[in-house]
Design a protein around this ligand. Structure first.
Ligand code: NDP
Ligand code: MG
Length: 386
């Protein structure tokens, strides 16, 4: 029976991972959350892990009280989270949101644990540092993000070096087809109404700005060792083709399926096996057709900002990511308008462009500085909404 440590168990990916683990009788030996201790305790009672950890230290005693009649060990804080990620197990699934996931990714890799990675921000922020550590420790990183799982699946059985190009599909998000003028007044509720996927708030806003696709271009460059110029982003509104690869002989192999994250989550956990997955089958006749379009990078500027950050390399992708995290938090809090997210990412990339930092703690410190910069910028003049 596989033993799984699940980081970010209370989120969208986390709760779906639990469903997959229950279906296949995988044993969850560790669970963690940011602050939602009620759900975390409920999950702990159901799954009986050895350890549960809450990121917020001030919630330790409340969580302990909720689990007082069990023998589950309760821990709290950033270091304890890293310890949990380093627990010996078959797979660590990192479903934390944001750059807070980077130290956990590094801890899992450092301990030699196979890493199922949903937390794309850790790869964007850590970049080559993550990939080098994985290589050194001979750790496999199994993608959970649906596009990267698709690419990974398409490449199974392909000769090494046969990959020419990645076709990275995008749904286009809730504002597909809209122009800048129409986006000045969009609300948080509008941005959270994704047409095809039900996800956490941050990634849903990222999908609306196309930042998510930009982060995914960077993620794909690292995971599959390609340059941004080898990646073509194609809007595929129905989210049925999850991505495709073009090989040396111009064969294009795509992975398709209903838009349900349980498929890529399960593949990362069962790899290289295939098992029955509790999702609807794909019905192509009812679907009728699949459409393709070019992304509108003039209106949705975050995609090109990320591609440029990746071309320039170093800390810039991480800077873009950190700036976006702060900008999205401020958008969700009603402090800035939708279009300002891209402006703030661009400003941060200009301000922090010339730095070179080669350690994860060094980069994390810088990213916190980037977030403060964005916060102050936004508070001092970027505000559209009072
Ligand atoms: P959610 O916001 O739904 O869940 C995030 C999880 O991380 C929660 O368990 C949350 O705990 C925890 N968390 C938040 N902040 C911290 C912190 N500082 N330290 C430790 N844990 C924290 O996000 P999603 O599940 O949507 O996304 C998770 C990751 O997967 C993201 O990187 C996203 O980009 C990626 N992803 C998600 C997809 C999806 O369909 N949702 C698809 C592809 C990728 P709490 O509940 O207590 O706040
Ligand atoms: Mg994705």
């Amino acid at each position: 029976m596989k033993q799984i440590v699940l980081l970010g168990s209370t989120g969208s990916i986390g709760t779906q991972t639990i469903e997959v683990c229950l279906q296949h009788h995988y044993q969850i030996v560790g669970l963690s959350a940011g602050s939602n201790i009620r759900l975390l305790a409920e999950q702990a009672r159901l799954l009986k892990p050895k350890t549960v950890c809450v990121a917020r230290e001030d919630l330790r005693s409340d969580l302990q009280a909720l689990l007082a009649d069990t023998d589950i060990s309760v821990t709290a804080g950033k270091e304890a989270l890293c310890d949990l990620a380093a627990t010996s197990c078959d797979v660590v699934l990192n479903a934390v949101v944001g750059m807070a996931g980077l130290p956990l990714t590094m801890a899992a890799i450092g301990a030699g644990n196979t890493l199922a990675l949903a937390n794309k921000e850790s790869l964007v922020a850590g970049g080559e540092l993550v990939m080098e550590a994985a290589k050194k420790n001979r750790v496999s990183i199994l993608p959970v993000d649906s596009e990267h799982s698709a690419i990974f699946q398409c490449l199974q059985g392909c000769p090494e070096k046969s990959l020419q190009k990645i076709i990275l599909t995008a749904s286009g998000g809730p504002f597909f087809g809209k122009k800048r003028e129409e986006l000045t007044k969009v609300t948080v509720a509008d941005a959270l109404a994704h047409p095809n996927w039900s996800m956490g708030q941050k990634i849903t806003v990222d999908s609306a700005t196309l930042m998510n696709k930009g982060l995914e271009v960077i993620e794909a460059c690292h995971l599959f060792d390609v340059s941004p110029d080898q990646i073509e982003v194609v809007v595929q509104r129905e989210s049925i083709i999850h991505s495709a690869v073009e090989l040396t002989d111009r064969s294009v192999i795509a992975q398709m399926g209903v838009p349900d994250m349980k498929i890529p989550i399960q593949y990362a956990l069962t790899y290289p096996e295939r098992m029955i997955c509790d999702v609807k089958p794909l019905d192509l006749i009812s679907l009728g057709r699949i459409t393709f379009a070019k992304p509108d990078t003039q209106t949705f500027r975050c995609l090109d900002l990320c591609v440029n950050a990746m071309r320039r390399g170093g800390i810039l992708p991480g800077v873009a990511n950190a700036a976006n995290e702060e900008a999205v938090a401020m958008f969700l809090a009603g402090k800035i308008g939708f279009l300002e997210i891209a402006d703030l990412v661009e400003e941060a990339m200009t301000k922090f462009s010339s730095l070179q930092i080669e350690t994860v703690p060094g980069r994390m410190a810088l990213y916190h500085e980037v977030r403060s910069f964005v916060h102050e910028k936004a508070a001092s003049g970027h505000i559209i909404i009072d």
